[in-house]
Design a protein around this ligand. Structure first.
Ligand SMILES: Cc1cc2nc3c(=O)[nH]c(=O)nc-3n(C[C@H](O)[C@H](O)[C@H](O)COP(=O)(O)OP(=O)(O)OC[C@H]3O[C@@H](n4cnc5c(N)ncnc54)[C@H](O)[C@@H]3O)c2cc1C
Length: 477
């Protein structure tokens, strides 16, 4: 699907006038400096939008889309811009819709176990607010402190709680959506169950801003677990760690978090902060959270400790209070900055394989790495649900980028071969669109394109994302 010739599109001054009439002057950003701030996201690509509008109401979003539809102008919904696959990047110029002004928690209904929010609400703000009612919104991406519910729904974000509680899609009950032509639809119900008609809500969750723009989101809540305990276990081999993870679940235990850290990541963490007490022979770490009622948590965590010890752990530490828990989680949080300390450039993949294939994919990645000796690979992630963040790191941005891409290509092929997926939670955006046909067969891909065509016939909504398209503007860098 090719968007209309960009030459016919209005330029920044005319667009600014129209946007000011719709959302008010203080909610339009048109200077070069402002537009540069909205030109990138966590994927570190840079494309300049023509204008940034900050709508405050559904009606304003609808008017903007009506206008954009009539004039063939691309529109990019944007939350916090923390996406890692270029979802919010305005690759063809046009209008960025920044949802930071639509950030109200509209209602929390403790008896119904629901909350309705605007898309710009920061995920952790919602988690904290519902906790005041002893309720829990479980999806917990590591970016929860700054990413938005709108972005989470568009990406179907996961995070550390996926194994026990599922991902964003499992908590979205109803959506208010503005379609590409400006019309407003409502999908789902504010009920915990509903099977009337096709599940349109699920179609839109994970659609990466390409099918419609969310203006209200109703989420499901569950009772807040009474307590959480954390265990940090050090292993001499990755095989012991992976076997432990598997045996924990096989023993009817379902931890809230089951995180894996490999040897390369451990080396980076050690170099980053020597204060972390990690036994010298450690080649793999498991970080485990157990939650629930205090009495069952104590029992479960001692059962897990027993399994950890039986699988030859070098050492295991248990934290009982939030201060001790935080100290253990510091090791996990240190990974991202620690990796950048070793090499300034990295490509971050988030493959997901069936749980039985975790060790196999780690071994295949190691084998592939042998063919790329100048590159360093660090793997960590949500091993409980088979989701591994593979980080290919390189020191020279010019000469080694192609090498890193070659390595990623091989890793993604191996992942799909093992029955896995090229993205467990970060989405496709424009960064991974070339790899989609590797996983999705032509007929299924055509059904997806037909859905896009039906809902956005002019291709104005977040163009050139998910599906490959070649008529992007030149990036700024
Ligand atoms: C340090 C760090 C840690 C992270 N950890 C995790 C993790 O553990 N798990 C995980 O899944 N992700 C993680 N991410 C990725 C990222 O935070 C998530 O993808 C997040 O959901 C993006 O939210 P956002 O508000 O920043 O959205 P943006 O990046 O602004 O946008 C993401 C996508 O959502 C669309 N969008 C935004 N708002 C709307 C709307 N109202 N209607 C329709 N579409 C919309 C955009 O067009 C875009 O396609 C991490 C990122 C960083 C930087």
């Amino acid at each position: 699907m090719i968007i209309a010739d960009r030459e016919t599109v209005l330029k920044t001054p005319e667009l600014a006038d129209v946007m000011r009439r719709i959302v008010g002057s203080k909610n339009v950003l048109s200077t070069l400096e402002d537009r540069i701030c909205y030109s990138c996201d966590g994927s570190k690509q840079q494309y300049l939008p023509d204008i940034v509008a900050q709508p405050c109401t559904t009606q304003q979003v609808s008017k903007i889309l009506c206008f954009a539809h009539e004039h063939n102008i691309p529109v990019y919904p944007r939350g916090a811009g923390s996406g890692l696959t270029g979802g919010a990047v305005p690759v063809m110029g046009g209008i960025v819709l920044d949802f930071s002004r639509m950030n109200r928690i509209m209602e929390i209904m403790p008896e119904d176990l629901t909350a309705t929010v605007e898309p710009g609400v920061v995920t952790q703000t919602l988690q904290n607010e519902v906790a005041r009612y002893k309720l829990f919104y479980p999806p917990d991406p590591a970016s929860a402190a700054f990413s938005t519910i709108g972005g989470n729904v568009a990406e179907c974000s996961g995070g550390i709680t996926g194994l026990k509680y599922g991902v964003t899609r499992d908590y979205i009950l109803a959506l208010e959506i503005v379609l590409a032509d400006g019309s407003v639809i409502h999908t789902g119900r504010k009920t915990l169950k509903s099977v009337t008609g096709y599940d349109l809500t699920r179609l839109f969750v994970g659609s990466e801003g390409t099918l419609g723009v969310f203006t209200k989101i109703t989420v499901k809540l569950i009772p807040l677990p009474e307590t959480v305990e954390t265990l940090l276990a050090f292993f001499q081999t990755p095989a012991d760690a992976i076997k432990t993870a598997s045996q924990i679940v096989a023993n009817n235990l379902l931890p809230r978090a089951l995180e894996f850290i490999d040897k390369s990541s451990i080396d980076c963490i050690k170099a980053y902060n020597r204060a972390f007490k990690i036994p010298a022979e450690t080649n793999a770490i498991l970080l485990i959270d157990v939650d629930g009622r205090a009495s069952s948590v104590t029992t479960e965590s001692s059962l897990i400790e027993k399994i950890v010890v039986e699988n030859h752990a070098l050492e295991v530490t248990t934290a009982k209070n939030s201060q001790e828990r935080n100290a253990l989680w510091e090791v996990r949080r240190a990974i991202s900055p620690a990796l950048y300390n070793i090499a300034p450039f990295k490509i971050n993949e988030d493959i997901c394989v069936p749980r039985s294939q975790i060790l196999e994919i780690l071994e295949r990645i190691a084998d592939i790495n042998e063919r790329y000796p100048l590159l360093k690979v660090a793997n960590f992630g949500h091993v409980g649900d088979g989701n591994i963040h593979v980080n290919v790191m390189y020191k020279d941005g010019k000469s080694q980028r192609a090498m890193a891409e070659g390595m990623i290509d091989e890793i993604l092929h191996a992942t799909v071969e093992l029955g896995g997926t090229i993205s467990g939670e970060h989405g496709i955006g424009n960064v991974k669109s070339a790899f989609v046909p590797l996983e999705i067969p032509p007929q299924e891909l055509q059904i997806m394109r037909n859905i896009k065509q039906l809902l956005d016939p002019k291709g104005i909504l977040n163009p050139a994302k998910i599906f490959t398209q070649t008529n992007n503007k030149q990036p700024l860098q």
